[in-house]
Ligand binder design. Sequence first.
Ligand code: MV4
Length: 446
Amino acid sequence: MISKILIANRGEIALRVLRACKELGIATVAVHSTADSDAMHVRLADESVCIGPPPSRDSYLNIHQIVAACEITGADAVHPGYGFLSENAKFADILDAHGITFIGPTADHIRIMGDKITAKQTAQDLGIPVVPGSAGEVLNDEDALKTARQIGYPVLIKATAGGGGRGMKVAKTEADLLEAFNTARSEAANAFGNDSVYMEKYLEKPRHIEIQVFGDGAGNAIHLGERDCSLQRRHQKIWEEANSPALNVEQRMKIGQICADAMKKLKYRGAGTIEFLYENGEFYFIEMNTRLQVEHPVTEAITGIDLVHEQIRVASGNGLSVTQDGIVFSGHAIECRINAEDPRTFVPSPGTITHFHAPGGLGVRVDSGAYAGYKIPPYYDSLIGKLIVHGRTRVECMMRLRRVLDEFVIDGIKTTLPLFQDLVSNPDIANGDYDIHWLEHYLAND
Ligand code: MV4
């Protein structure tokens, strides 16, 4: 049994986890930096502990401070949220050694998926379709040339320790290859302290579609359908939706079943996301995230399942509350990420929110720790809230979103709200006709 959860995060996700704990009757501990004393999650938690100065590495990433906060408060479990320590295998190991439950997968599963070559090999062995590419690391120029000829151009060089788009280089033809290969290697060495790279066929116009999975750690696992996260800029997602406008029910259930079966074989525990590129009707695995994701509420909206409740249940050893047959996909949901940023340049815009009015009504959810008078600190991610809208159909969801965006007021800082007002009226978006490059082209041509 878990009786007290320390939430090792901040912002909207700390609040999200706190709400789930309250609903389950579990006591909560907030941790915060000196910059976050006024944060909503600190106010609403049963207890709070200041764990250090503003820089993340001294506070939200400071493992020793977080373990000490658990010991001081008697927290018997930690929810890491997303980002920060959520995919840090060492953190999971240290909590384990202290007899504190990490609400997430095993440290071994985090490690496997953190190394992108091992992750891809594991996915392939588990029967998941992967992008054609090198068998593991590409070691030298000769190996690179030979592998690229086998795959066929264009090819993409990726860092083994990368992920989320960092450290990738495209080679359109053999003339570009060695420069791309060696640049990728030296950038990987600089960024990750590891120059290992691998190679894949470069898919030119894919969508980014990810499958939500959940395991109980004992060989039972389910999928909760997909999210289409193609609308992104510089690897930051902006708008996510479920279902994907590109899939029909047969495709959804087929790829979902492949993922659930793979998670059963792996004895995966907790929430996970299997990321695919989707092009010409085919899925190609790229990475797996071993955490709850920012965009999880769109899945909650169409399934009615509280994913944080399930995480806590599984971590408590109680197993999942639903079986695959019990999951009913209903309607359509869209999430808009509200960032404290200029809506065109995406330059961060920290400062004080002077007026804040969240929209409401049927099918509307706002996850945010922001309020009138709240001062957004400049030290962290600029996500200040998420707007999630649900409707019976995609058309209804879009109509509702247009109404809801008109109602939302955040004054005193710049936010990405005006961008969504443009997108919700755009014909390509209305038609669901977009790929991973759409948003960057749209922003460039305007
Ligand atoms: C790719 C790709 C095209 N072909 N792999 C970027 C993030 C990282 N998770 C993988 N990424 C990509 N891998 C092959 N073989 C294009 C991307 C990519 C991308 C993927 C998902 C969402 C947005 C993206 C934006 C640019 C590139």
